[in-house]
Design a protein around this ligand. Structure first.
Ligand SMILES: NC(=O)c1ccc[n+]([C@@H]2O[C@H](COP(=O)([O-])OP(=O)(O)OC[C@H]3O[C@@H](n4cnc5c(N)ncnc54)[C@H](OP(=O)(O)O)[C@@H]3O)[C@@H](O)[C@H]2O)c1
Length: 385
């Protein structure tokens, strides 16, 4: 049986931090419907799961996933039970649906969809994990997860440090914040006075990447994003110097206008035409950070590669990709620095929070529809007091 699906377009709320128009942690909240509650009780707990039903060809659809319920198993020695509170969504998850060799194995048909989550330990046979504690990890699209703390394909379960908002471990202090951090600092390496351009700039990774460049002394930070609302947010709230609406403006012409001396660092989340336009406008010895290429993730046939790549030769530029998992052993000091910037009000973050487990696949699709501002999350349960 599939639960009722009822996300209303207007029923989104965005959690912002330290924004000029939105002081405080949570703002811009409108009410959210949460229909299709799932049956469960504590003595006979059922686990709702979204599993991969079919491998998408082209654009992923809600029908590629199916909802199932199964009983939560009895805990064995060393195991603990987590109730997922928030699910996080990343464009890379689209790649995990393809049966191809990649940096992680594909999600198998019939398997619970892989995703990072934050949850609360609600029962424990493991002395290291105490009831009530918050944890984050790759626990997937399910209401409950049993773990023995052994590492999975993408690392191990981590405890949310005391005093940290658990939601932040999925956003600015989680995978996307760290991706922005390592991509910008290790690959982009902005220097004082550099001109930095970020594509996908109003998303979870891009919004943090641009601000890090500013913190590191970039003289000009320009974001490329879809639509006026996102562009205004980048400039008015996040302090970008300019924003280019790739849906309404000629990107090449606008980049040339904003960066007459060329781009020193281009942090690319999008690929395709936007990468080609950036290539035309690189400064001598510029660095292109290949973080992702969301414009092609749902293409059945991959578009031809960047046609302007010879600019790398002419301008002596580098273009380098990276994968966050290679930096996991350096995560702790990075999280400490990101936390410090947030506390100092230098790094702002936003989470786009939908509600209701029944809306899981629908929320995933928001990434490819460009509907999220900041990190796309789905709240599926309340914290247990
Ligand atoms: N290398 C790594 O280790 C690593 C780790 C995490 C993420 N990533 C990559 O980082 C990028 C951003 O990920 P995220 O989690 O931060 O997602 P996100 O940017 O928060 O959300 C995706 C955004 O992409 C934009 N988009 C969607 N379809 C597009 C298209 N066809 N053309 C141009 N823009 C499009 C949309 O914004 P607009 O409204 O502006 O179009 C959408 O809001 C992705 O490419 C992802 O794969 C890489």
């Amino acid at each position: 049986m599939q639960p009722e699906q009822t996300v209303d377009e207007t029923h989104t709320f965005i959690r912002h931090s330290n924004l000029s128009r939105c002081p405080g942690i949570i703002c811009l909240a409108t009410t959210t419907t949460n229909a299709g509650h799932l049956s469960m009780n504590s003595s006979n707990r059922m686990n709702g799961q979204w599993r991969l039903k079919s491998r998408p060809r082209g654009m992923v659809t809600e029908n590629d996933f199916e909802y199932v319920q199964e009983p939560v198993p009895e805990l064995k020695a060393g195991e603990f039970l987590i109730r997922n509170l928030y699910l996080a969504f990343e464009p890379a998850m689209r790649g995990w649906l393809n049966d191809v060799k990649s940096y992680v194995p594909p999600v198998q048909l019939g398997e619970v969809m892989r995703a990072s989550t934050v949850g609360q330990v609600i029962e424990s046979n493991n002395l290291d994990f105490v009831e009530g504690e918050f944890v984050s990890g790759m626990l997937g699209w399910q209401e409950f997860a049993v773990s023995d703390a052994a590492p999975g394909v993408m690392g191990r379960i981590g405890k949310v440090p005391e005093g940290v908002d658990p939601v932040l471990t999925l956003s600015a202090l989680g995978g996307t914040g760290l991706t922005a951090y390592f991509g910008m600092l290790d690959i982009g390496r902005p220097e004082e006075g550099d001109v930095v351009v970020v594509s996908g700039a109003a998303g979870a990774t891009g919004s943090v990447a641009g601000q890090i460049a500013r913190i590191k002394g970039a003289s000009k930070v320009i974001g490329i994003a879809g639509g006026e609302r996102k562009c205004n947010w980048l400039v008015d709230d996040l302090g970008f110097d300019a924003a280019i609406d790739y849906k309404a403006q000629n990107v090449n012409a606008r980049v040339r206008e904003e960066c007459p001396k060329g781009i020193d660092v281009f942090f690319d989340n999008v690929g395709g035409d936007i990468l080609d336009d950036a290539l035309l406008n690189m400064a001598q010895n510029g660095r292109i950070v290949l973080c992702g290429a969301i414009s092609s993730y749902n293409e059945e046939e991959l578009p031809p590669g960047p046609k302007n790549y010879m600019q790398l030769v002419i301008r002596r530029c580098t273009m380098q990709g990276f994968i966050l998992i290679d930096y996991f052993d350096q995560a702790a000091p990075a999280v400490a620095e990101l936390s410090q910037w947030i506390a100092q009000g230098r790094l702002k973050h936003a989470e786009d929070v939908q509600e209701g487990f029944e809306n899981t696949p629908k929320t995933f699709l928001r990434l490819f529809e460009g509907r999220n501002l900041g990190k796309q999350l789905l709240k599926i349960a309340d914290v247990q007091p």
